[in-house]
Design a protein around this ligand. Structure first.
Ligand SMILES: C[S@@+](CC[C@H](N)C(=O)[O-])C[C@H]1O[C@@H](n2cnc3c(N)ncnc32)[C@H](O)[C@@H]1O
Length: 655
């Protein structure tokens, strides 16, 4: 991919998937003439449906989609730290889970395209040099785009760049990161002026350095030239370019002025090139040379043809700020192109109890996340309900998994899956869908995602109570059976995980909805207010962060009132489902009552606390079928929340 393509794709994808659907401001664009494609979200869905689902041509676009997902362990968020004294908002990367040293953010990648000197100059002229790296090895500047390009610099960063295959970059965690913290890398020693004295990172602020240092660090000229105010980082950068001595330039090639300039003001990617990748880099260089030769030949050929479109294109030096070297392509084509070029594949959505191993790691799951009571749940695989479609490739077990002690047998099973998965994906150093894995998505699943992505939608049991506000009752002390039997009208929602029901024993726990990021519990009234629904159906609400899965639904994301960063509350897909489950549970309770007399007294005691519910078969919805089947629902026309079709057909049909 050359830099022009990369720029266009990045502009397009940021526009569609970030600006239009997620952020409330526009992210910076490489092409100043970039216009938001007049493709409504439905159209995007349509494209995905036709090109990806029907034609079954998945490719790196799916990877791109997954990369933009929050449960990759990060999300693209907003910050006012870095520009215009907090007046201008910029993008940043924020962790959506805890990360540990050594973890790799495999779903936060950036692509690098080489820049030739004129392209480089053009970008600088148009002040589009906010994401340029210098590669000593390649001896050229590189354009760095993709989700990873939103990483900001910190002088004591918590991540570092690492190479992820050819021309792809990701991050390795070098300092423990807590959920909600910004992900940062170290760009270089002089990226923000000499010795980064215009750096506005949190570390500089804490130590009174960089931009936050006293004016004593400014030269008299600086003060005179700026009426006592600091020059902008960019002005300062250019002002000091020529003052640089080579000693200031870390590891960059120190030959020409322009190269020194590059080195001073761009991120260095030297450290991406570990020794173990030497060979790969050489191959890369060879391939690059070959490509360049091919390009030259192609250029010669095209210039010999008068009708050639490339001839009408302006030379880079005549370009203004746009990066269109190629004949304009419609955004639709761009998106389609990005979506094509992959092996035939099938995207499956699982909605239902924890599927067995055979169905697992490949699925993109619509699942839910409920925050547990603070007491550990020994009998409940609460983690089954974590919202996810893809998560990071953390080599460690941590995060929620640490917090909850769950079914041992299930844990072993999952660990085994994880090991198998790890072995299968050991050699993969690039995020591509290219393994033998049936759905090709297992690479995106780790010890967490295997649990969460395959996670079950729990069986919801509703119990009615007189005290609607009593949200904090100890559910363990409650018996569903007793509550119903005793005519207690307090409404309680109990969730019975499939993992527990496999033991023939229903483990029940009352769960609260909470923001995934800030963990703030959301009260039903609040949720009702947010989603505009009656409090009586808040049991159907689930917490989500933004995910492409939401593209396939009509869920309306809302921001968490506290952290104001995460889209939190959505309607469940099929609100009426609860009623079915309730009936089912009641029926089970009834049948249990008749057989209950036969139970031993100890078993009786246990039966009053827990209700065994047969595990329904997991509902696998082939998106192709779903999208094609108007009888089920059409995500393009009918909001899922309005779905009033035959649920029995949906939930009880054989898979
Ligand atoms: C690779 S981009 C990072 C993403 C950027 N925030 C955005 O919204 O596009 C680099 C730009 O981020 C800003 N930036 C990142 N770290 C910074 C820091 N420590 N101090 C000042 N500006 C910073 C500068 O504007 C810089 O040109």
């Amino acid at each position: 991919m050359d830099f022009a393509d990369l720029s266009k794709y990045d502009d397009l994808c940021s526009d569609i998937f970030l600006d239009a659907l997620y952020l409330w401001f526009k992210t910076s664009k490489m092409n100043t003439d970039h216009r938001r494609p007049r493709i409504p979200a439905n159209k995007v869905l349509d494209i995905i449906q036709r090109r990806v689902l029907q034609e079954r041509n998945l490719n790196d676009a799916i990877v791109e989609l997954l990369e933009y997902m929050p449960n990759a362990g990060y999300e693209i968020s907003d910050t006012r730290r870095y520009k215009d004294h907090g007046k201008k908002v910029e993008a940043c990367l924020v962790a959506t889970k805890n990360w540990q040293v050594g973890d790799e953010l495999r779903l936060c990648t950036g692509m690098i395209a080489n820049l030739n000197p004129s392209e480089d100059a053009m970008l600088r002229q148009g002040e589009k040099d906010f994401s340029i790296m210098w590669s000593t090895r390649k001896g050229c500047s590189c354009l760095f785009l993709g989700p990873a390009r939103f990483v900001n610099h910190d002088c004591d960063s918590n991540c570092k760049f690492i190479s992820l295959g050819q021309n792809s970059v990701t991050f390795k965690v070098v300092k423990e990161i807590k959920c909600g913290e910004e992900l940062t890398v170290f760009y270089g020693n002089h990226y923000f002026g000499e010795n980064n004295n215009e750096c506005r990172c949190a570390t500089c602020e804490a130590h009174g350095e960089g931009y936050f240092s006293t004016y004593s660090s400014m030269t008299e000229d600086d003060i005179n030239n700026t009426d006592g105010r600091r020059r902008s980082s960019r002005k300062r950068k250019s002002a000091i370019h020529d003052d640089y001595v080579t000693d200031h330039i870390p590891r960059a090639k120190r030959t020409t002025t322009s190269e020194r300039r590059n080195s001073a003001s761009v991120m260095s990617i030297d450290f991406l090139c570990g020794r173990e990748q030497e060979e790969q880099q050489q191959k890369q260089q060879q391939q690059q040379q070959q490509e360049e030769q091919e390009q030259q030949v192609a250029q010669q050929l095209s210039s010999s043809s008068p009708s050639s479109p490339s001839q009408s294109l302006p030379s880079p030096s005549k370009q203004t700020q746009s990066i269109h070297y190629k004949p304009p392509t419609s955004p639709l084509d761009l998106l389609c192109d990005a979506v094509l070029d992959a092996e035939s594949n099938k995207l499956t959505v699982l909605v239902g109890p924890t599927p067995n191993k055979d169905t697992t790691p490949s699925a993109v799951s619509i699942s839910m996340y409920y925050q547990q009571e603070s007491s550990p749940l020994s009998d409940d695989l609460s983690s089954d309900t974590k919202a996810d479609s893809a998560v990071g490739m953390s080599p460690h077990s941590h995060g929620w998994k640490e917090e909850y002690d769950y079914d041992e047998q299930h844990q072993q099973q999952l660990q085994q899956q994880h090991t198998t998965h790890r072995e299968e994906s050991k050699d993969i150093n690039n995020i591509t869908i290219e393994n033998d894995d049936e759905d090709g998505l297992s690479d995106f699943l780790d010890d967490q995602s295997e649990l969460s992505s395959i996670g079950s939608t729990e069986l919801a049991e509703v119990i009615w109570s007189d005290d609607d506000d009593d949200y904090d009752d100890d559910e363990d002390s409650l018996s569903n059976e007793n509550n119903i039997k005793g005519g207690n009208k307090k409404k309680k929602t109990k969730f019975i995980t499939s993992s527990s029901t496999t033991n023939g024993e229903a483990n029940i726990s009352n769960k609260k909805l909470a923001c995934i990021a800030c963990k703030r519990e959301l009260r039903r009234e609040e949720i009702s207010e947010q989603v505009g629904c009656d409090t009586s159906i808040t049991a159907d609400l689930v917490t989500w962060t933004w995910t492409p899965s939401a593209l396939f639904t009509d869920w309306r994301p809302k921001r968490c009132p506290r952290c104001e960063r995460h889209f939190t509350v959505f309607r469940q897909e099929w609100p009426n489902r609860k009623i079915k489950k309730k009936k089912q549970v009641q029926a089970d309770i009834k049948s249990k009552k008749t057989t209950g007399k036969k139970q031993s007294s100890s078993k009786k005691k246990s039966a009053t606390k827990r209700t065994a519910v047969p595990t329904p078969a997991p509902l696998k919805i082939d998106l192709v079928d779903v999208f094609n089947n108007d009888d089920v629902f059409s995500p393009l026309d009918t909001p899922l929340s309005d779905f009033s079709g035959d649920e029995d057909e949906l939930f009880n049909s054989p898979l």
